[in-house]
Design a protein around this ligand. Structure first.
Ligand code: SF4
Length: 326
């Protein structure tokens, strides 16, 4: 049973990929929840498994991948919750978009370059609402562009993607994701390709959408500073695992995992030299057998290399996978 305010309940989600040297696990035993209208930030360096997790939630793992675990989505209007992990591809198609909208980092690769923006947004709306006729879906597209703060939506709707700036293309992508009326928006590095001013505008737009529509957000980014601007709760991912999760304020003020501490120290701050975390995220086929952060951890002990730490409670609703948490 999901609690009344839980929208998504992910339990022990694992993505296994076959490789020539044996299976690898870009997502490994991940569990977390997202509440109705809650903004959750998912952070970690490149290669930590964030994007694969975002895709796996919507059933979009790569060809050949095996997904295990449970992804419970609360039913609409009192309908029972459904475990998306057991749905067929056809059933998933009906749920994806309608319930979970996805926004990618580079809209140019997701938008059709030879189709007008309005037609693409209208198509997204019609794909999930067969009652919409041409005029209805056109109106829905204009509304969605307006909600995504695209200026002069009727004019922009007639343009092609290459006629829009990077920021406007990202807003058009957001409009496409919004058009079917999802309850959760997964935004994967939505601001990374944009300059700082436009980045800020997109973050503000997502915060506004969430406030006005009670839209839940999973905001994925390598940039803790960007995520911290709008997340209620943070998930910190490393080598396929969530190594720390908790209320954003608590995680930022009192990080319980040395990796989170390292990410915070690596943030630019006035009057202080940048302190990047030494070393790199391990490749998927060479993840250490114990704590995956052990080779880079300044606090490591001999036992860290032997056992993968279980999540330990660091505070109310705050957990970290580290033996140093009492
Ligand atoms: S378990 Fe050990 S190696 Fe891993 S983060 Fe904690 S102290 Fe560091």
């Amino acid at each position: 049973m999901l609690s009344v305010t839980t929208l998504l309940d992910v339990r022990n989600l694992t993505v296994e990929l076959p490789t020539a040297s044996g299976p690898v696990f870009p997502v490994n035993g991940v569990s977390f929840t997202i509440g109705v209208g809650e903004a959750v930030g998912l952070v970690g360096e490149s290669g930590s498994g964030k994007s694969m997790l975002g895709l796996a939630l919507a059933g979009l793992a790569p060809v050949g991948a095996r997904r295990t675990g449970e992804v419970w989505l609360a039913g609409r209007d009192g309908a029972p919750a459904m475990n998306m992990a057991v749905l067929s591809e056809r059933e998933l198609e009906a749920v994806r978009g309608r319930e979970i909208g996805i926004v990618f980092q580079e809209p140019m690769t997701a938008l059709n370059p030879v189709m007008r923006i309005g037609a693409q947004v209208a198509e997204a709306a019609r794909a999930h609402d067969s009652t919409l006729d041409a005029e209805g879906s056109r109106r829905r597209a204009i509304e969605a562009l307006d909600r995504a703060a695209v200026p002069d939506p009727p004019r922009r709707a007639r343009q092609f993607p290459h006629q829009l700036s990077g920021g406007l293309r990202q807003r058009a992508m957001i409009a496409m994701a919004l058009a079917p009326g999802p309850r959760l928006l997964v935004a994967d590095e939505p601001t990374t390709a944009l300059d700082v001013t436009v980045q800020k505008q997109i973050v503000e737009l997502l915060a506004k959408l969430r406030r006005e529509s009670n839209l839940a957000l999973l905001f994925i980014s390598h940039d803790l500073a960007v995520v911290a601007q709008l997340a209620d709760r943070l998930l910190v991912m490393y080598a396929g695992r969530i190594v720390e999760q908790g209320p954003a304020l608590a995680v930022l003020a009192r990080p319980a995992h040395p990796y989170t501490e390292g990410l915070l120290r690596a943030l630019p701050q006035t009057g202080r030299k940048l302190q990047p975390i030494p070393g790199a995220v391990p490749p998927l086929d060479d993840v250490p057998p114990g704590c995956p952060f052990e080779p880079r951890c300044p606090y490591r002990r001999p036992e860290c290399a032997r056992v993968v730490p279980e999540p330990r409670r660091a505070g109310p609703d705050h957990f970290a996978r580290c033996i140093l948490v009492p």
